[in-house]
Ligand binder design. Structure first.
Ligand SMILES: *Cc1c(COP(=O)(O)O)cnc(C)c1O
Length: 378
């Protein structure tokens, strides 16, 4: 609250010094050479795809099993999402299917997702991207503070490992600014393009003009958008960033506690981390493997005072995605119950996300575990 008060009193409340400071601190945190703040992760994804050259008629390979913003950003560019399935253990994109989905000349980008904060198989994803010279954009909306073993050491998501990584600061994520997003890259040209496009392609931004002691006129060399972050949001983000290591430590401890509390419950598969991949535990997502339905488990828990959420949904099953708007490995040969996306559909139907928050107590967590056990055995 003090940080926001400082901004209001300063008289400069949108895309100014606080945004610049937040970008610098965020770049330091992730290890990225460049970071550019925008109004949301959806905006970040849109600008990133444009910056790597995605145009109308192109194909972009991505996951259907993701928040719908991932696929929507591809359609904003007039391009077509080509959906591949996930690995059922990690909920992340199956790299072999990505390789099969590449069509030289048509595939303009790969948009991978670090689902629920767990990094995808970046080593193989980057290898594929380099082999085919197709840019890799990372939807890291949920993955702030997550890490991967890469180049012989642990590195933060957002360094970035692909061409660009996109983060979200929506309240559902671990670091929030109300709404907001960040784009990290190690390519100065990409950073420059994105900075122009986030503010209508304006050649001289307000801050630079204000700081200049000579009269400068702006021009508009590229087509752009209003995807600015405000200084009020950035000031909140800077405070949140200071606390982020504590937030993440707490979540890792709570996740480990869930593993212990839930390990003996029948018909339940717990989330896990593959070797060399370290999530921030943005979500603790369990899979129901028995005959008890997702909805009845959630209903039982709700009636006993615990709200859960179902797992990630599949974009290709939504009404907003009629069959001609997307493709899969079968081209356009299957219906919205797609043979090639079975693991994605199964994950949507079988998974439940349990409560996990900074303010949650151990007693509350014990109660969640007890209720889940009851729901699955009575
Ligand atoms: C939340 C989320 C987004 C969208 O983020 P916004 O900041 O709300 O636009 C995109 N992709 C994934 C995987 C998400 O979880």
């Amino acid at each position: 609250m003090q940080a926001v008060e400082r901004v209001i009193k300063s008289g400069w409340i949108t895309q100014g010094p606080e945004v610049a400071a937040f970008e610098k601190e965020f770049a330091q945190y992730t290890g990225a050479p460049y970071a550019c703040a925008v109004s949301s992760c959806t905006a970040a994804l849109h600008l990133s795809l444009l910056a790597v050259g995605v145009q109308a008629g192109d194909e972009v390979i991505t996951a259907t099993h993701s928040f719908i913003a991932t696929a929507n950003a591809i359609r904003y560019c007039g391009a077509k999402p080509v959906f591949v399935d996930i690995n059922p253990n990690t909920f992340n994109m199956n790299v072999e299917q990505v390789a099969q989905a590449i069509t030289p000349g048509k595939t303009r980008a790969i948009l991978c997702v670090h689902q629920m904060g767990l990094p995808c198989d970046l080593i193989n994803m980057v290898r594929l991207s380099e082999k085919f010279s197709i840019p890799l954009v990372e939807d890291a909306a949920c993955a702030i503070g997550s890490e991967v073993f890469f180049n012989g050491k642990r590195e933060k998501i957002g360094k970035p490992h692909g061409k660009i990584a996109c983060f979200s600061f929506h309240p559902r994520k671990i670091l929030t600014t109300g709404d907001g997003g960040m784009i990290t890259t190690s390519d100065p040209d990409i950073d420059h393009k994105i900075r122009l496009m986030r503010q209508h392609g304006m050649s001289v931004n307000d801050l630079k003009r204000h700081q200049s002691n000579r009269v400068v006129f702006e021009s508009y060399s590229v087509f752009g958008f209003n995807y600015r972050m405000t200084d009020l949001q950035a000031a909140i983000g800077r405070e949140q960033l200071k606390r982020l290591p504590d937030f993440i430590d707490h979540r890792i401890r709570m996740a480990q506690r869930y593993h212990q509390l839930l390990r003996d419950i029948p018909n339940l598969r717990l989330p896990c981390e593959p070797e060399g991949i370290f999530g921030n535990w943005q979500s603790y997502c369990v899979r129901l493997t028995g005959s008890v339905s997702q909805k009845s488990v959630m209903q039982y828990m709700l009636e006993h005072g615990v709200a859960t959420r179902r797992g990630i949904m599949c974009s290709h099953r939504e009404q907003a995605y009629p069959r001609e708007t997307w493709a899969c490995l079968a081209g356009s040969g299957c219906s919205s119950d797609c043979d090639h996306l079975q693991e994605s559909e199964r994950a949507q139907d079988q998974c439940v996300i349990l409560p996990l928050s900074f303010s949650m107590t151990e007693e509350e967590q014990d109660r969640v575990a007890t209720l889940l056990g009851e729901a699955l055995t009575t």
